[in-house]
Design a protein around this ligand. Sequence first.
Ligand SMILES: *[C@@H]1O[C@H](CO)[C@@H](O)[C@H](O)[C@H]1NC(C)=O
Length: 137
Amino acid sequence: MPIFVYPYCCLCLLLLHRGNMQWIIRKHFWQSKCLSRLLLGTRHCSQKQLPVLILFTKDSCPLCDEAKQELQPFKHRFLLQEVDITLPENTVWYERYKYDIPVFHLNGQFLMMHRVNTTVLEKRLGRIEQNDAQHTE
Ligand SMILES: *[C@@H]1O[C@H](CO)[C@@H](O)[C@H](O)[C@H]1NC(C)=O
């Protein structure tokens, strides 16, 4: 069974990335998800991509370390990417956030700065998760 399901999933993922014929692909994608769940009793291919949380930071930023600690209880709900604003390719972010780090973006949108606000984080994560759940049913 897995031999049958895996290639199908991978093909769907490839097609998804091509971004054309979106609705057909999405339909097939969800079907394959349900199929694999049915056949394997697992959630292969059903894992929605986690939201991406970007932390704008730099070396020796105690507030950033503190913020990361506060994120621990939430860490299974997003992918954390760190952007070092002192790197040459990040001068745009340096100019924007040099006095404000830690700054967080969630899925490309500003989320919070200076410190973690768990209320804000919970609310925005919850909204994204709810959206995902609706689209998978
Ligand atoms: C978190 O953000 C909310 C909404 O902006 C605000 O009302 C609340 O005071 C903030 N909490 C902390 C601890 O800063």
